[in-house]
Write a protein that binds this ligand. Structure first.
Ligand code: PXL
Length: 273
């Protein structure tokens, strides 16, 4: 154990009352990985473990005020951005993170829930590409989101390979893209990290049988945590995937829908009892 204070990570995300995804997932993940979470709420959702019923974006000024207030008080070691709720929110957050160019930024482009409920419209997708991706250290789309993000301004996007999507996303200004392969028709789940030189690393994971709520939020927050602990980016991505995989493997099904990852899997292991 060390007495060093935990690194501080600011997450911009929406509330998910199930505790599976959203800001609740981020706070759990960051805390479990030894960080202190600052949590700026962007929207409120109404959902259960089966599906999203509705959402209410918060006023962009309220989002900006929440962030400015804590940022003037505390230095942060990383930013993580999840569901945004509105174009105005994207613009407000883009203006804030622009004031902290040296702080690593993990952008999880939340376009839909794992079950396909839409959480961002076409204009918001364009705003993400224009205003936030150019400031992003690492973008973490799943393969469906990666294809969706390039579909408006890439020739032949429909037939593009994931590598071509990654190359296009990198050309819009982020430093790294990690495309996750849960939705691909492969035996194992293959997650691939790209930068401007091509593939940086590719990790294959046993495909778990359940359907999980909040796996993307967990992975992106875990990367923010490992970066905040000053790991190199490829190592940070590897470590974050291990944490996410263990959380999913320990997942539980508290309701009638999807499984929820157990971000505190290590605290509940039976070894010491
Ligand atoms: O997993 C993406 C996601 C992010 N944020 C919120 C969500 C979801 C998926 O349902 O509800 C608030």
């Amino acid at each position: 154990m060390t007495n060093d204070p935990p690194p501080v990570v600011l997450t911009f995300a929406a509330s998910d009352p199930t505790g599976g995804a959203g800001i609740q997932a981020d706070i759990l993940t960051l805390t479990s990985m030894g960080c202190h979470a600052l949590s700026v709420l962007t929207a409120i959702t109404v959902q259960d473990t089966v599906g999203v019923e509705d959402y209410l974006p918060l006023d962009a000024e309220w989002i900006a005020d929440q962030a400015r207030c804590v940022l003037e008080d505390m230095p942060v070691a990383a930013f993580k951005i999840g569901m945004l709720g509105s174009i105005e929110a994207i613009a407000a957050i883009a203006a804030i993170v622009a004031d902290y160019p040296d702080v690593p930024l993990v952008l999880d482009p939340v376009l839909a829930s794992g079950r396909g409920d839409e959480l961002a419209n076409e204009d918001m997708r364009a705003a993400l590409v224009d205003m936030l991706i150019p400031q992003t250290t690492i973008l973490t789309p799943n393969s469906v989101e990666a294809r969706s993000l390039v579909q408006d301004d890439m020739d032949g996007a429909d037939e593009a390979s994931l590598e071509e999507c990654a190359r296009h996303l990198l050309s819009t200004g982020c430093e790294y893209v990690l495309i996750t392969g849960t939705h691909e028709n492969t035996v194992q789940v293959i997650n691939t990290l790209y930068d401007n030189t091509g593939v940086v690393r590719s990790d294959a994971w046993t495909r778990l049988p359940g359907s999980y709520h909040g796996s993307g939020c967990t992975l992106a927050s875990a990367i923010a945590a490992t970066l905040a602990h000053t790991m190199s980016l490829p190592e940070a991505v590897r470590e974050a995937q291990e944490f996410t995989y263990e959380s999913l493997r320990a997942g539980f099904r508290p309701g009638m829908g999807q499984y929820i990852p157990d971000r505190l899997f290590w605290a509940r292991s039976g070894d010491e009892q």
